[in-house]
Design a protein around this ligand. Structure first.
Ligand SMILES: *[C@@H]1O[C@H](CO)[C@@H](O)[C@H](O)[C@H]1NC(C)=O
Ligand SMILES: *[C@@H]1O[C@H](CO)[C@@H](O)[C@H](O)[C@H]1NC(C)=O
Ligand SMILES: *[C@@H]1O[C@H](CO)[C@@H](O)[C@H](O)[C@H]1NC(C)=O
Length: 315
């Protein structure tokens, strides 16, 4: 996970600084990939490991609740727009200025409501009940203190960037952890995707016009899936040493997400709904780690960065 955070942070940083877009606020929804402290504040686990070093050691020098030793993608996004790091919603204090945005992401969060997991007897696996819909509700609650009239909100949100995810990865992780096969996981994809696009739609109806919706990673290259689904059959692995089936699964999720986002664009032509291809970006690193082994190299790799954000953005 650390790897993802660093690498993506670096390439996203570049992508926004070349975009010539100016935002005065960022609102973020998601899971551990972008949680800047909500989970830790929520106290959902009695002894969260992320509350201790080495978490935070390379940049903040103390644990902040980020699931990383340094900054996350969302931190680099904030830096790129010269905005303050997004304050975690659950840590907002009375009178605190949050005009530059708020982070609603919670580590372990699912796209689907937690009650669905409890009904299926895997609720005990959940780190948190603060699913995407809970995060959207937090946003709605906060909205009245950000802007009051419809016109006010319109003006304000026009210059705000909304990140809806990455989210959904945990919906699959929890199932994989209790022994579901990759094929079984497929059954939940339509619902998970629907939850993500539902949230995107709700945000648009609340006034969001600039939205980034990232897809899933090549999870077949991640340590946890390589461990859970390890195989003695060489044919199960691709040339990069990643497991084919979980990767095909992630692509299945992404294909369905893109199709639903396409529908959303037709329904809301005034909104700019950008699909961010995290899968493709990460795959390049797994395919040619030598090219990206030195993380600084990714900062100069404009082509990589452009493809991450822009080739998949439909007008
Ligand atoms: C999450 O929800 C379940 C069922 O609704 C409840 O039993 C549990 O206590 C909740 N957990 C937290 C951390 O709020
Ligand atoms: C999406 O929204 C629709 C209508 O608001 C609702 O009926 C449906 O349950 C939602 N689906 C998910 C997965 O959140
Ligand atoms: C990347 O940029 C840094 C700083 O501008 C520079 O020192 C470095 O040589 C560049 N690396 C490559 C591979 O171009």
């Amino acid at each position: 996970m650390k790897f993802f955070h660093l690498v993506f942070a670096l390439c996203l940083l570049r992508s926004v600084s070349t975009s010539h877009l100016k935002y005065h606020a960022i609102f973020n929804f998601g899971d551990s990939l972008s949680d800047t402290g909500n989970f830790l504040v929520s106290g959902a686990l009695a002894f969260p490991v992320i509350g201790k070093l080495p978490y935070g050691e390379t940049f903040f020098r103390h644990a902040t609740g980020r699931c990383s030793d340094g900054r996350l993608v969302i931190d680099f996004m904030a830096e790129a727009f010269r905005l303050p790091y997004l304050p975690p919603y659950l840590a907002l204090k009375e009178g605190q200025n949050f005009k530059h945005g708020v982070n609603f992401a919670v580590a372990g969060a699912t796209a689907l409501r937690s009650v669905i997991f409890y009904k299926q007897k895997i609720g005990s696996r959940l780190w948190t009940n603060d699913s995407l819909s809970v995060q959207i509700d937090w946003f709605k609650k906060l909205k009245s203190s950000i802007c009051s009239t419809r016109k006010d909100c319109e003006t304000y949100f026009k210059k705000s960037l909304f990140f809806v995810g990455e989210i959904g990865g945990n919906d699959y992780n929890y199932r994989a952890f209790v022994g579901e096969s990759i094929n079984q996981l497929r059954a939940s994809v339509p619902l998970v995707v629907k939850a993500i696009t539902n949230a995107t739609r709700l945000l648009i109806e609340e006034g969001a016009v600039e939205l980034v919706v990232p897809g899933n990673f090549p999870i077949g290259c991640s340590a946890v899936y390589l461990t859970l689904f390890q195989s003695l059959n060489e044919m199960d692995y691709d040339r990069n040493g990643c497991l084919k089936a979980p990767n095909a699964f992630a692509r299945y999720h992404n294909t369905m997400l893109k199709a639903e986002l396409h529908k959303l664009r037709q329904k809301y032509p005034h909104a700019n709904i950008i699909y961010a291809d995290y899968y493709g970006a990460a795959m390049r690193f797994y395919h040619a780690p030598g090219h990206y082994g030195q993380l600084i190299a990714t900062l100069n790799s404009t082509s990589l960065i452009k493809s991450l954000f822009f080739t998949h953005a439909e007008a």
